[in-house]
Design a protein around this ligand. Structure first.
Ligand code: FE2
Ligand code: FE2
Length: 368
């Protein structure tokens, strides 16, 4: 494990980065310099696509957030699917930024919901892809193609590692399922600038990514069924990029997928704390939150959002995760996508006032 990492504070508009603080990782309590990441006054997080659309989901003002639901309309119907996509709009003084995080499974659903929710990709200041699973990148190639020439010049897509662009396979008792492969070159050919943000990185001057996430808990494990196809040595999908432990594998062989390049997205909301968005959480939702705390030097967690990938987890792992949630003590937990009914029920039982149920088209307003 690296003993010291640098927190990169990026000026995305210019593509330059300045190193302003150091970050040590390991068993010791670690913190970056306070103020190492910007604080935003307000964050409006829109769940553009999620697994469910619940017309009865409650909205309204809670203690320190507002939850807005999108009502069912005859002509402008939101579409749900096994996938995840967000629109993130933040304010810092008079500065407004928009980020698109993850791109769901199908072009049909993503573009439909962008239109219904009045999300305009041409306004995006940055794009972030959490990891290389099709239910998060599926519509990205079509979006890049359709929006070619309309997006901001030099728009950057932040991925977390080489494995984002490797061929993925899921091995099940009844056979293998092809997980697809995202073509980095095709995205770049459409004008996107693709950057591997392996270390914590400030995005568009408002958000930050976790960088690759140290696996510190003893109960969070990547899905056992997940595999990566090894590429030729020296290529982006060479086994040297698949994790800290070197794996011997020939090109074409399947190796266990540790999701080395998965990263979380977070904001420091002024007077509230961190909003941490895990997306799919294969690195572990608790590991992801701890990494966001270390990267930012901010300990207070306002909200934990995203897919926590605990749907297939045994009760013991769910219970340990909920215990860790108690220790972190966020104000809100918004469990989406692959979190699982088991975990939603456990969170509801343990901390009902913190739970906000997900639904496609939900807008959560954090901060002032
Ligand atoms: Fe995933
Ligand atoms: Fe997912």
């Amino acid at each position: 494990m690296k003993r010291r990492e640098f927190l990169k504070l990026g000026a995305v508009a210019t593509g330059t980065f300045a190193v302003l603080g150091t970050l040590r990782v390991g068993s010791r309590a670690v913190s970056a310099q306070s103020g190492a990441v910007p604080a935003v006054d307000r964050l409006v997080m829109t769940n553009v696509v999620d697994n469910v659309y619940d017309v009865f989901a409650k909205g309204g003002k809670l203690d320190t957030i507002s939850v807005q639901r999108t009502p069912l309309e005859r002509d402008d119907t939101l579409l749900a699917e096994h996938g995840l996509a967000y629109h993130l709009e933040s304010l810092r003084g008079s500065d407004r930024r928009e980020i698109l995080l993850d791109f769901s499974l199908t072009e049909r659903n993503l573009l439909n919901n962008y239109a219904v929710l009045k999300v305009d990709p041409s306004r995006a200041d940055a794009l972030i892809l959490s990891h290389g699973h099709r239910d998060h990148y599926g519509a990205l190639p079509a979006l890049a193609h359709l929006a070619h020439g309309k997006l901001r010049p030099g728009l950057t897509l932040h991925a977390g590692g080489e494995d984002t662009f490797c061929h993925r396979v899921v091995v099940t008792p009844v056979g293998t399922v092809d997980g697809g492969q995202l073509d980095r070159g095709a995205l770049e050919a459409q004008g996107l600038r693709v950057v591997l943000s392996k270390d914590p990185t400030v995005i568009a001057g408002h958000a930050f990514t976790s960088g690759q996430i140290p696996r510190l808990t003893d109960f969070e494990r990547p899905p056992a069924a997940a595999r990566l196809e090894a590429g030729p040595m020296g290529s982006a999908c060479s086994v040297t990029h698949f994790g800290a432990t070197k794996v011997e594998a020939k090109p074409g062989e399947l190796v266990s997928d540790t999701f080395q390049g998965e990263h979380a997205t977070a904001y420091h909301v002024k007077d509230r704390g961190l909003v941490v968005i895990t997306s799919c959480g294969h690195a572990g939702v608790i590991n992801s939150v701890h990494q966001a705390q270390k990267a930012s030097g901010v300990s207070k967690v306002h909200a934990i959002v995203g897919g926590f990938h605990l749907a297939p987890a045994p009760d013991e792992i769910v219970a340990k995760t909920v215990e860790a949630f108690r220790a972190i003590d966020p104000d809100y937990i918004i469990p989406m996508h692959c979190t699982g009914f088991n975990t939603i029920v456990a969170v509801h039982h343990a901390m009902p006032k913190k739970l906000v149920m997900p639904s496609t088209g939900t807008r959560v307003i954090f901060g002032a």
